[in-house]
Design a protein around this ligand. Structure first.
Ligand SMILES: [Cu+2]
Length: 425
């Protein structure tokens, strides 16, 4: 007897008799190209920029230049990075769904490179994997990439040639594709891009170490470590969208927001259906992924930071002795005789290092925090602040520090309060 599907299923259920076929992917069946349109100018890239483009015969044209860049991580720390068009991360490529883009890539580096359009589905030969889908771009050469942006969303770009070195040195960037017809929003939308990265910059050095596999000591949003990160500004009730990307070499970052619950509305795979969203205050952004979050702004200065504590600090060394709780009485005096100025630190915790604003070795920001309205903010690295006010100053200026309403700030408890509530200290 011949076994047919009908026999197996038995109960009169008949399957369509079509032969099995592979589902075509977007690269094989790109959306129909549509002419380039005026680009929304709503995107905000703190500490960064949007790549300029021109439109020629309906095609949006960009020019990326892979090159060495002088870059400041935060005041006190300058590095010699590799990036695009003078910055690391490179400028954000911003376009509209359905547009055909033509991206010229000039290699001004001393070694071959390529550009992969991470998350976009492009024709196979445009995928940017040196040696596999294309020949590498040799130093001095300019390649042309051309494809149709198949869907809206948040994507990234990076080399697929000597990835370890080139990404470690800063060759990363984001791509924002706006929907051709944006859904109507009830609130004003503030649309931000934040790219996470991590580097190892040895104290006193300027060249990030591409051989580092862990113990990264420079953790950044858009290439800046706090206090070098520019705040994200919004007004009360605005819908804040933060497009988080991570092209760091080795780590995933749990990005935590204070004062709000948000939803992940899309990834680099596409939009998250409304029925699948749920509220969170921390989202894990894996290496090689984007997560776009949205929330409604409430007034205050709200930290947005990686919740891995070693990722929210600056250039901590990790080989030091653990002195917490040790009695170092008399040690300083004795050691100062042979090492003038010697001072033991760390026996009461590490905060004193940030608070003393210690003199730093040349070109380093070890344990450097930022000045806040109530003293030093001990955090650094992948840390920024969402500043929300009922009304922002005109011209996009930083509104300064938030003043909490009187009587709503944690302060030292009075003796009367302690007695009233039976608290013995
Ligand atoms: Cu992290």
């Amino acid at each position: 007897m011949t076994i047919s599907r009908r026999t197996v299923l038995g109960t009169g259920l008949v399957l369509a008799a079509k032969p099995w076929r592979a589902v075509p992917n977007a690269a094989a069946a790109p959306v129909k190209a549509q002419p380039a349109v005026a680009r929304p100018s709503s995107l905000v890239v703190p500490n960064g920029s949007v790549l300029p483009s021109t439109i020629r015969e309906g095609v949006r044209i960009f020019h990326l230049r892979a090159e060495e860049v002088d870059h400041e991580i935060a005041p006190g720390l300058k590095i010699k990075a590799w990036g695009y068009n003078g910055s690391t991360p490179g400028p954000v490529i911003e376009a509209v769904e359905g547009e055909r883009v033509r991206i010229y890539v000039t290699n001004a580096l001393p070694e071959r490179t390529s550009v992969h359009w991470h998350g976009l589905f492009v024709p196979y030969g445009m995928d940017g994997v040196a040696g596999l889908t294309q020949a590498p771009i040799e130093p001095g050469k300019t390649f042309r990439y051309e494809f149709v942006l198949d869907r809206a969303g948040t994507f990234m770009y990076h080399p697929h040639a000597d990835e370890m070195t080139q990404i470690a040195l800063g060759m990363i960037g984001m791509i924002v594709v706006h929907p051709r017809r944006p859904p109507p929003a009830r609130e004003r939308v503030r649309d931000f891009c934040l790219m996470s990265h991590e580097m190892t910059v040895h104290i006193g050095h300027m060249r990030p170490d591409p051989l580092a596999m862990n113990d990264f000591n420079v953790l950044t949003f858009n290439g800046k470590a706090f206090p070098g990160t520019a705040p994200l500004l919004a007004e009360t009730g605005d819908r804040i969208r933060v497009r988080l990307g991570n092209l760091g070499p080795m780590d995933h970052h749990p990005i935590h927001l204070h004062g709000h619950a948000f939803e992940v509305v899309s990834t680099d795979g596409g939009p998250v259906p409304a029925s699948a969203r749920f509220p969170e205050t921390t989202v894990l952004v894996p290496a090689g992924a984007t997560r776009t979050i949205e929330f409604l702004a409430t007034e205050g200065d709200w930290p947005l930071h990686c919740h891995m504590t070693h990722h929210a600090m600056n250039q901590m060394g990790h080989g030091a002795a653990n002195l917490i709780g040790t009695n170092t009485k008399g040690l300083d005096e004795r050691l100062a005789r042979i090492a003038p100025g010697y001072m033991t630190m760390g026996q009461n915790g590490m905060s004193e290092m940030a608070h003393m604003q210690m003199e730093q070795p040349r070109n380093s920001i070890s344990m450097v925090g930022g000045k806040g309205p109530h003293g030093i903010i001990d955090m650094g690295g992948m840390f920024t602040i969402v500043k929300v006010r009922d009304k922002l100053p005109a011209g996009g200026a930083d509104p300064g520090w938030y003043q909490a309403p009187a009587g709503t700030t944690a302060i030292e408890a009075t003796a009367d309060e302690l007695a009233r509530d039976g608290i013995k200290t």
